[in-house]
Design a protein around this ligand. Structure first.
Ligand code: CAA
Length: 381
């Protein structure tokens, strides 16, 4: 079927795609519907992915990672997302945001202490930026970081933190008297209090919680990089995170297309498979075209990243286009399945629910448009 990227892959990419697809087929897909129904976070499966190296795909080999380029990472993430987007986001947040921040701004000691076990899969990491009153306006965050001798004391509340109740470490963005900072917080630190897992519309196999920080004390070396530089670090890492969300959206959309192609070939109405009707063909053609375009945009932005170029605008373009594609394609898929598409027994209903959040988290579609538009003007204006 021409819905899966199959041509132009290097030998390494081919192997990674095959390995991920096989893992997804045997370890994720058979359980995805049950995890969705019961909101089960499959730590055993995440740990297995870690042992296979999937939690350190883009981390350089010197820190125990696979040292893969960004497109290869996205190819693997697409396979995970096509099987279950909740698993993909668990891996994607860990891989893109905290790992990027540590790699770019961590000291040598911080990389040894935290990046290495993250890359080997021994430590799962999450990210806590948003707060109940600081979503799109991320810089309005109020979680406080107060210096007390040679320690930092964190107090406040975070919202919708991915992996917050299941991770071993969190990168937490908080405000000191000098500005916004990033901290590496072990989740067993006294005063770290995750709420109960949120009851979400989709991505139900991923863990999302509010977190209360009740005077969490951290040694000075838990400050990531420099004081007051944390907002820029977070924004820079979100550029990479947004490529992951774009790819997650591609995986969801691709799987909805694959189910639709199969179903429309089998489903008969008026004595013929519905794929023979032009109205159905046109829908499938538009779905396939948009999936290809979304993937191409994400891979083009990934290639820019690997050339060392700024990707802020292109990551936002990829995320915007892919997430709206996922929502559109899954809506068409539900329509093609008709009454069956509205039933939980059929797979496209879950894909439709999983798609929605890609238009919301790591910056809403509105925020992506704002970023794209402002990058069209010189910084001085
Ligand atoms: N790379 C590097 N630095 C950046 C940057 C980038 N992409 N974007 C901004 N910065 C820097 C700026 O250069 C500026 O630095 P100086 O102060 O030194 O000049 C600083 O950050 C502030 O930038 P802005 O003035 O642009 O900040 P702003 O307050 O206007 O906000 C925004 C910009 C784009 C709206 C930003 O708030 C934003 O992206 N909002 C969306 C928030 C978001 O994506 N949240 C995701 C939550 S996390 C999540 O969903 C992950 C998960 O768990 C699934």
């Amino acid at each position: 079927m021409a819905t899966v990227i199959e041509v132009g892959l290097s030998e390494t990419q081919r192997q990674i795609v095959d390995l991920t697809r096989e893992f997804a087929r045997t370890r994720i897909e058979p359980q995805a519907a049950e995890w969705d129904r019961t909101r089960h976070f499959a730590r055993d499966v995440i740990d297995e992915l870690g042992r296979l190296g999937f939690l350190g795909m883009t981390v350089p080999e010197e820190y125990g990672g696979m040292g893969l380029d960004t497109i290869t990472y996205l190819l693997a993430l697409e396979e995970l997302a096509a099987a279950d987007a909740g698993v993909a986001v668990t891996v994607g947040v860990h891989s893109a945001i905290p790992a990027t921040m540590l790699l770019r701004h961590g000291t040598a000691a911080q990389k040894e202490r935290w990046l290495r076990p993250m890359a080997s899969g021994e430590r799962l990491c999450g990210f806590a930026l948003s707060e109940p009153d600081a979503g799109s306006d991320a810089a309005a965050l109020r979680t406080r970081a107060v210096r007390d001798g040679d320690q930092w004391v964190l107090s406040g509340t975070k919202a919708w933190a991915t992996n917050g109740g299941t991770a071993d470490l969190m990168v937490v963005i908080a405000r000191s008297e000098r500005g916004i900072c990033a901290f590496i917080v072990p989740t067993d630190a006294p005063g770290y209090r995750p709420g109960k897992p949120e009851d979400k519309m989709g991505l139900r196999a991923s863990n999302t919680v509010a977190i209360t920080f009740e005077e969490v004390r951290l040694a000075a070396q838990h400050l990531l990089g420099e004081e007051a530089m944390g907002f820029g670090y977070a924004m820079e890492a979100l550029d990479v995170g947004r490529l992951g969300v774009a790819t997650q959206a591609v995986g969801i959309a691709r799987r909805a297309l694959e189910h639709s192609v199969a179903y429309c070939g089998e489903r008969k109405q008026f004595d013929r498979p519905i794929r023979e009707f032009q109205a159905v063909q046109f829908k499938l053609a538009d779905m396939a075209t948009r999936v290809e375009a979304a993937r191409a945009l994400a891979h083009a932005a990934a290639a820019r990243k690997d050339r060392g170029e700024d990707i802020t605008q292109h990551a936002s373009m990829a995320k915007l286009f892919a997430s709206e594609t996922a929502m559109w394609v899954t809506t068409q898929a539900v329509q093609l399945f008709g009454g069956y598409g509205y039933m939980r027994d059929f797979p496209v209903e879950k894909l439709f629910r999983d798609a929605k959040v890609t238009e919301i988290y790591e910056g809403t579609s509105e925020i992506q448009r704002l970023i794209i538009a402002r990058e069209l003007y010189p910084r001085a204006e």
